[in-house]
Design a protein around this ligand. Sequence first.
Ligand SMILES: Nc1nc2c(c(=O)[nH]1)N[C@H]1C(S)=C(S)[C@@H](COP(=O)(O)OP(=O)(O)OC[C@H]3O[C@@H](n4cnc5c(=O)[nH]c(N)nc54)[C@H](O)[C@@H]3O)O[C@H]1N2
Ligand SMILES: Nc1nc2c(c(=O)[nH]1)N[C@H]1C(S)=C(S)[C@@H](COP(=O)(O)OP(=O)(O)OC[C@H]3O[C@@H](n4cnc5c(=O)[nH]c(N)nc54)[C@H](O)[C@@H]3O)O[C@H]1N2
Ligand code: SF4
Ligand SMILES: [Mo]
Length: 750
Amino acid sequence: MATSSPDRETFTRSCPICEASCGLRVEVDRNARRILSVRGDEDDPRSRGYVCPKATAVKGLYEDPDRLKKPLRKTDDGWEEISWDAAWKLVGERLKAVRDAHGKDAVATYIGNPIGHCASGLLAVPMFIEALQTERLFSAASMDQQPKNLTSSILYGAMWAISIPDIHRTDYMLSLGGNQLVSQGSLMSAPNAKKQIADLQARGGRLIVMDPRRTETAQVADEHHFIVPGSDAFFLFALVNVFFEEGLTNLRHLAAFTDDVDRVRELAVPFTPENVADVTGVPAEATRRIARDFAAADKAVCYGRIGTCTQEFGTLASWLVDVMNVLTGNLDREGGSMFPRPATGQSEHHMWDGSEFELGRWKSRVRGLPEYEGQLPVATFAEELEEASAGEERARALITICGNPVLSSPNGARLAAALDELDFMVSIDIYLNETTRHADLILPTTVAMEHSNYDFLFAGTSVRNFARYTPQIFEAEEGLPNLGDAILEVAARAAGTEGHVLDMMLFEGMLATLVGKPGTPCEHVSVDDARAKLPTEPGIERLLDIMIRTGPYGDAFDDANDGLNLAKIAAAGHAVDLGPLERRLPEMIRKEHGRLKLVHEIFEQDIERLHESLEARRQPGRLVLIGRRQLQNMNTWLHNLENLAKGKERCTLLVNPEDAKQLGLADGGEAKVSSRAGSVTASVQMSDEMMPGVVSLPHGYGHRESDTRLRIANEKQPGANCNQLLDEFSLDVPSGTSIANGVLVEVASA
Ligand SMILES: Nc1nc2c(c(=O)[nH]1)N[C@H]1C(S)=C(S)[C@@H](COP(=O)(O)OP(=O)(O)OC[C@H]3O[C@@H](n4cnc5c(=O)[nH]c(N)nc54)[C@H](O)[C@@H]3O)O[C@H]1N2
Ligand SMILES: Nc1nc2c(c(=O)[nH]1)N[C@H]1C(S)=C(S)[C@@H](COP(=O)(O)OP(=O)(O)OC[C@H]3O[C@@H](n4cnc5c(=O)[nH]c(N)nc54)[C@H](O)[C@@H]3O)O[C@H]1N2
Ligand code: SF4
Ligand SMILES: [Mo]
C-alpha cells in the first residue's frame, strides 16, 4: 500500500527476517532507488508497530556494497563476473555432465533457512526435487526442528502439523528450550514476544521457563528453573509420571479418538521426579509442583523449541511436549496448543495423498542413516562428498540454496575440505561467504524490496491465523532472478530444459490438483474457468491465487462469494487477521484410521536409549556446551551490516563464576574450548545466568576467511565457529538431528 509523492512513497510490507514476520512501513525514493527509512507499522494487526533492530536489515541488505548482483565464476585468477546467459549455460553443462557420468545421486543439494521466509523459493522446491531426483538432499532442518517434524509425522501424519501455543488465551505456559524475547518466538510466530508475555501475566497467567541459562525470557518469567542440557525427556517423563500417579490426567475432548494412554503410563513408571532429579537438576518437589500446577490450570500449554530439539533426546522431548498437552486435554483446545490454519490450504486434510508415514525409504551411502521426508541428516553431509569415505559412490556436484553450512552445521572444517573435492559447486546466494567461497559459480538473487512475497510457511506457525501478501517495490537489476526462479532455472538446466518450462508445469500441475478436487468447495469448478480468473504472468501470484481461492477461506473462484483471493489480501495492505486458532482434530489427522495413537515403536526404541543414558549422565564433573541467540544476529548472515555488527564483541563464552574459578578462567581472558570434534578460542564472560557445569557460545560466527566478501563481518564480529565443537557423529538418533546443546567440552585458559 503506497502513499504518494514521487520521491517519498511509503509502502507497508512484512519483515522477511524472522518468523514473527512483523509489519513494516518502508519509505522509499523509487526514482533514486533508495530506501529512506524502515519503521514498525502501527496499523499492522499482528505487530502494532513493533519491530526489533533487525528490521533495518531490509535497508542494510539492499544497500550492502558486498551483496552480489551478478553471477560470479571462479577462475585461476580469482572471481569474474559473467553474464546470466553464460551462467545458466555453465550450470546446465556441468550438472548434466555429472548426472550423465555418475547418476542422479551424484548431484547433492543443501537448502538453508532463508528459504522459509521466501514464498517463491518455497513453492519452487518441490519441483526442484522432482527434477533432480537426488537422494542426497540436505538442509538446515536437521540442525533445527526436525524432531518436531518427525513426531508430528508420527502422531498426526504430517510433518508441519505442529501445534502452537495459544499464548493469547492460556493461563499457564511451560516453555522449554526457547528464548522468545530474543528469537521472537519460533514455531509460535508472534511479534513482540515481550508484550505477549506481559499480557499473559496481566491476565493472571503464568510463564514457567526451563533453561540451562537464565535467559532474557527467563528473567521476565514467573518461574525459571535450570535444567541440565539434554535432560528434558527425563523431566517431561517425570511430569507425566506425576499426572498418572496423582490421578491428574484429563483428556477431555481428546478421549474420543486417542489411543495408547495406558502404554504411556507404563513407560513413565521408572521416571519418578525423585529418580531423575540428579540428572535433570530440577528438584523433585519442584517437578511435582509444576505437574500439579499444569494439571490444575484451566488452560495450560507445554511448548519446546531449539533447546528441546537439537539435543541428545530431541525426538523424545518433542513427543513428550505433545503428550503433556494431550494428557491434560490441552491439545487442540483454546488456551492450549492449537493447529493454525493457513489460507493457502497446506494444512487441509484433502492435501493428504493417502500414504502413511515412512522413514528410511533410502539410506545415506556411508553411514546408512535413514532419509526422512526425502532428506538426509546434515551430519552425514561431508562424508557423502569425500572420496575417502564414499569412494566411487560419492557426490560430485553440489547445489547450495541460501545456506551457509560451513558455519551452521557440525564440523564445518571437514565440510569445507569436502567441498573442495567436488567437480562442480553452484551456490544460489547473495554473499561470497564461508560456504560460497568453495563454489565454482555463485548465482545471486533479489532481496526483499525487489520481489513480491507471501508469508507462506509462518502463517502455519502463527499464534493467530492470518494472510499476508507483500508487493515488489523496486525493479530488480537486469537478469537478477528471484529465489524461486533461480531454483527452477538450475533444476531445469540440470534436466536439460529451461526454467519457464518448469514454472508452467508447476502452474498447470497445481491447477489440475487443486481445482475440481472432490470433497472441496471447488469440486464443480472447471480448470478452464479457474484459469480464466487467474493472473497470466508467470510467478508466485498465480500459484498463490489458486491456493487461496481453493483454500479454507477462499472464494472458490466464485465472484459472488465473499471469500478470499490474492487480490483481496493484497488490497488490505497489512496482514489480514483470520481470527484466533480453532479446533482442528480429529479431522486434520492424516492417517488411515484417523485416530491419535500416542505411542509408536520409534519412541519405544528410543526410550531404551534414554534408560541407558541415565547412568552416563550421573558421572560427576561433566561440563557441557549450549548455544545462544542474540537480537542483532540471524544465524550466520547479518554480521555484514554495519548497524547490526557494531558494538562490543558478542561471541563470548558465558561461564558460571564458580566454574570459572575452578577452571582458572578470568573474566575477559581467553579460553580454549575443546571437544571430541575440535577446539576454538573465545573470550570469557563470567555470568551467574549460567547453570553451573554449563557454558554457552552463540552460533553463526567464525568469519575468518580473507577470501570472502564480508568486510564488516570479518572486521567487526569475526567470533569463533562454535560448530567446530559439534560432532557429526552425535545425533538425536530417531530424527538424525545434530546435537548442538549439551556437547561435552573441556575448557582451559588459553
Ligand atoms: N551450534 C548451533 N548451530 C546452529 C543452530 C544452533 O542453534 N546452534 N541453529 C541452526 C538453525 S535453527 C538453523 S535454521 C541453521 C541455519 O543454517 P543455514 O541456513 O545454513 O545458515 P544461514 O545463516 O541461515 O544461511 C543463510 C545463507 O543464505 C544467504 N541468504 C540470505 N538471504 C538470502 C536471500 O534472500 N537470497 C539468497 N539467495 N540467499 C540469501 C546468506 O548469504 C547465507 O549464505 O543454523 C543451525 N546451526
Ligand atoms: N535474533 C535472532 N532471532 C532468531 C534467530 C537468530 O539467529 N537470531 N534464529 C531463528 C531461528 S533459525 C530459529 S530456529 C529460532 C529458534 O528459536 P528459540 O529456540 O527460541 O531460540 P534460542 O535462543 O536458540 O533458544 C533456545 C534456548 O534453549 C536453551 N537450551 C539449550 N539447551 C537446552 C536443553 O537441553 N534444554 C532446555 N530446556 N533448554 C536448552 C538455550 O539456553 C536457549 O535459551 O530463532 C529464530 N529467531
Ligand atoms: S522480530 Fe523478526 S520479523 Fe519482527 S522486525 Fe525483528 S527480524 Fe523482523
Ligand atoms: Mo532455525
